[in-house]
Ligand binder design. Structure first.
Ligand code: FAD
Length: 387
């Protein structure tokens, strides 16, 4: 009998185990993960960006919590004489840019972010050009730079979180959750592909983009679907190392990586589905022109590598869906629909789920507006920060 069974041991599942075992040492926490190589998991395919440039106070606070952990990483991940891997944290800042059409929304978001205590600066195009002459500013009407933000090696961060879950006493089982046994509004056990049945006081569905299938088994309809996203690594001749993580409204996201740049441009028209195929022309057709336009002085860029990964895209309002569904599913907790920012929010979500499971409510950061009830009641709680 486990206290908590967690389906999925990606960053969300492992962070939830850390949250539970930090709050209540000795708890029996079992993580069920079918693929310990994480070949298809989003966690292994992300880019590791951490930003405060959101519009909902919860998302801003969750990012800030992660920044606190990153800045105190050796202490957080390295207790008991254990030396954690360096994160390759690059606090170059996050820069959101907008043309005339979108500058009003950017300004409104900026005001919001300031009210939430984000240390961000408004930059007019001329100021931006002075600061980063590599960036094309002729078509821009404003920019926001959040100086504390940056990016890191997501695999190293994940290894640190997973190791901490193990050190705190979590049990990892290589198997797949395929069903649940229910009594009334309570889940009694998780059924695994091997036939094993894990009886538990609480179950967490942290199966990422596969979470809707599991939720459907207990009558919960999650409006989440996989969305393919390409990421490209390019090398050039110019020195681009001091650039921040740049994002524009059209979906272009670019930041310095290794000896070059990591760049993505979300294709919002691509039909959803579990699709990892690489469109060989996508870079030259769509990404290269956008990149050449935004960074016109960066010389010849050579594409070195392309990979794809899946966003667990919440088609309802683009925000995470977390927690239980009181009165319907009292001890079944979900954490899904992160829509491309689950990595940077994982630790705070794990801490919050632990509070909800152990105390019946959030005690540090109130995340109740991210609950499933809003989906059921058709009350969207959208995030207006650039995707
Ligand atoms: C290209 C790309 C770039 C990204 N960039 C960023 C970024 O810069 N910053 C950021 O914050 N986020 C980013 N993200 C998003 C981030 O990676 C995800 O939000 C986050 O990793 C989701 O973690 P997860 O644990 O929910 O899902 P996953 O990592 O997908 O883990 C879910 C796990 O559940 C397992 N599973 C599936 N079915 C079952 C089952 N039936 N039983 C048990 N286990 C099961 C899977 O094997 C998997 O390991 C990016 C994503 C991609 C694809």
């Amino acid at each position: 009998m486990a206290d908590v069974v967690i389906a999925g041991a990606g960053i969300i599942g492992c962070a939830t185990a850390v949250g539970l075992l930090s709050a209540s040492p000795g708890l029996e926490v079992v993580l069920v993960e079918p693929d310990p190589t994480y070949a298809r998991a989003a966690t292994g395919r992300g880019t590791g960006g951490v930003r405060q440039l959101f519009t909902r106070p919860e998302n801003i606070a969750l990012s800030r919590y992660t920044l606190d952990v990153i800045e105190g990483w050796d202490r957080w991940a390295g207790e008991d004489g254990h030396e954690p891997q360096a994160l390759n944290w690059r606090p170059n800042g996050y820069l959101f840019i907008a043309g005339r059409q979108d500058v009003g929304a950017l300004a409104a978001n900026f005001e919001n972010q300031q009210c939430s205590g984000v240390k961000a600066h408004w930059l007019e195009p001329a100021q931006l050009a002075d600061r980063h002459p590599q960036i094309q500013t002729a078509d821009l009407a404003g920019a926001v730079l959040s100086v504390r933000d940056g990016w890191l090696d997501p695999k190293r961060f994940f290894v640190g979180v997973r190791s901490k879950a193990k050190r705190l006493g979590a049990t990892f089982v290589t198997d797949r959750v395929v069903d649940f046994h229910l009594t009334g509004t309570a889940v009694r056990s998780a059924v695994l592909e091997s036939g094993r049945v894990l009886v538990a006081d609480a179950v967490v569905n942290a199966a990422g983009t596969w979470a809707p299938r599991l939720a459907a088994k207990v009558g919960m309809r999650l409006p989440v679907e996989p969305m393919r996203r390409h990421e490209h690594y390019v090398e050039g001749t110019a020195d681009l190392d001091d650039l921040p993580f740049i994002k524009d409204v059209a979906g272009l996201a670019v930041h310095p990586h290794l000896q070059g740049l990591s760049v993505g441009l979300v294709d919002f028209d691509h039909p959803g589905g579990e699709d990892f195929t690489i469109d060989d022309d996508y870079y030259s057709r769509t990404v290269a022109p956008a990149l050449a336009h935004r960074l016109p002085h960066c010389g010849q860029l050579t594409l070195k590598r392309t990979w794809t990964g899946l966003y667990d895209q919440n088609r309802f309002d683009g925000n995470m869906i977390i927690g239980n569904w009181p009165g319907h599913l009292d001890n079944f907790y979900v954490a899904s629909g992160f829509s491309g920012h689950g990595f940077m929010h994982a630790l705070g979500v794990g801490r919050g789920l632990a509070e909800l499971i152990l105390h019946g409510d959030y005690t540090t950061l109130d995340l109740h507006r991210m609950n499933y009830q809003r989906v059921h009641d058709n009350r969207p709680y959208p995030e207006h920060g650039i995707r």
